[in-house]
Design a protein around this ligand. Sequence first.
Ligand SMILES: CC(C)(COP(=O)(O)OP(=O)(O)OC[C@H]1O[C@@H](n2cnc3c(N)ncnc32)[C@H](O)[C@@H]1OP(=O)(O)O)[C@@H](O)C(=O)NCCC(=O)NCCS
Length: 216
Amino acid sequence: MAKVDLSRISLRPFKLTDVDDFMLWAGDDEVTKNIRWKTCNSREEAQTFIKDVCIPHPWRRSICLDDHSIGFVSVYPWSGDDRCKADMGYAVASNYWGQGIATKAIKIALSQVFNDFSDLLRLQAFTYVDNKASQRVLEKAGFLREGVLRKYTYIKDMKICLDQKIILGESSISQHKFKLGGSNGEELYDTKVPLKLKVKFYWTIIRLTMLYETEC
Ligand SMILES: CC(C)(COP(=O)(O)OP(=O)(O)OC[C@H]1O[C@@H](n2cnc3c(N)ncnc32)[C@H](O)[C@@H]1OP(=O)(O)O)[C@@H](O)C(=O)NCCC(=O)NCCS
């Protein structure tokens, strides 16, 4: 594919008419595997998601190439005493990776969100520790690496907790037990989880914060 001229990249709110373009990337497991979104499996699902989630979102923009949706960037502001901060998320259609599109989209977003949210001082983004492309994008856009967050969140509909010893960074993880459970709250120890899977969960649960802050 010919290299995209980045002046053709723009951000705008989602529209219901984006659905066919949206399916091309939001229906791709490669794009959704590192974000909280479920992969869209049908046009109807995509339409509902655009209508009920993307359009009402406080600040979610479609990354567009010549006005066709090829990804998204979102900024979710906190409220109350935490109104100084917001979380950023983004993704780009996999056939456009490696061309500077996410970096360009984030830079456009940075030029807008501090005006759109007057209390905003701190923009934070979380990436998996092994998502090097995403970390590089954030660095190129001016974010600073702040730290690694352990035992920080649940991933999609799977409730996963790690044994505290793992959290404390012991060198061998094979001897530790994993707590696995379903979304209905039941918890069980599964000592039969193969080591390979345990390693994956270990890397999955650890996230990295990248920070973009203004002077105040
Ligand atoms: C992460 C993502 C948004 C990057 O989009 P993109 O448009 O390819 O990003 P850019 O082209 O602006 O920059 C990518 C950078 O990462 C680098 N990179 C890519 N893979 C890499 C790897 N495995 N290790 C190190 N660097 C890597 C590229 O070389 C490039 O850096 P460079 O310009 O210095 O060469 C895209 O891969 C994506 O949508 N992934 C799935 C969703 C996701 O992970 N979202 C972020 C959640 S935190």
